[in-house]
Structures are given as structure tokens and as C-alpha cells.
Design a binder for this molecule. Structure first.
Ligand code: SF4
Length: 115
């Protein structure tokens, strides 16, 4: 059996959660709520992160972007390569899709209006 300690980042409480792994069985202790339990389990089984970056527009202005949902941590470098290879035309509005399906069905969207 192995034990992994995870600090939950889902809210300011920052609960210290322990995930116990015994083969295929996982148990979670120390969480303050269901959201934290799911976060801690995911951190051990398949950690994910939102990726933030910028995309160069056709005028040279940089457009701030992020993945619309967290992507698997193991895929972050591949996602960054797709974002770095992308371009876009202006104007861009918050929420516009800048790069489609960089991982699974997750798009990269603009996080600011750029004219
Ligand atoms: S477990 Fe719940 S209460 Fe604790 S930090 Fe995470 S979200 Fe907040």
C-alpha cells in the first residue's frame, strides 16, 4: 500500500488529504467535502491542469488563451506545441475558440478581448 498526501486547491481551506492506494483500490481520508475528495483522487489517478499561454495574431499582437477545461498533465507539452504553432485573426472576444481540440475534445479559448 502506498500513501500520497495532497493539498486541496479547490478552495482557500487547503485541506491536507491523504490518498491510500492498494492495487486497484483507492481510499481517501482528510477531505473537507466531496469536491476535495474528487480532486485528491484525480491528482493521484490522472492529474490535470488548465494550460494558459498566448497566441500570436496576424498583426503580431499576442492573445491570452487557456484551455477551456483541465487537460491531462501528461499531455501538457503536446498541448503547448499546438498552441505555439497556432495563429489567429483579430478581433478576438473572450471565449472565442482559438485552437480546436488540443486534447480530447478540449478547445483553447481567448481570455481577453483583443482588437
Ligand atoms: S476538501 Fe473541500 S473544503 Fe477542503 S480545501 Fe478542498 S474544496 Fe475546500
Amino acid at each position: 500500500m502506498s500513501s500520497v498526501k495532497v493539498i486541496c486547491t479547490e478552495c482557500p481551506m487547503g485541506c491536507e488529504i491523504e490518498v491510500l492506494v492498494n492495487g486497484d483500490e483507492i481510499s481517501v481520508e482528510g477531505y473537507g467535502c466531496k469536491r476535495g475528495r474528487e480532486y485528491a483522487e484525480a491528482e493521484v489517478v490522472c492529474p490535470r491542469r488548465v494550460v494558459t499561454s498566448t497566441v500570436r495574431s496576424s498583426t503580431g499582437r499576442m492573445v491570452p488563451v487557456k484551455t477551456e477545461r483541465p487537460v491531462k498533465r501528461s499531455e501538457i507539452f503536446a498541448v503547448m506545441e499546438k498552441i505555439n504553432a497556432a495563429g489567429c485573426s483579430l478581433p478576438v472576444r473572450i471565449g472565442d475558440v482559438i485552437v480546436r481540440c488540443v486534447s480530447e475534445d478540449i478547445n483553447v479559448i481567448a481570455t481577453a478581448n483583443v482588437d
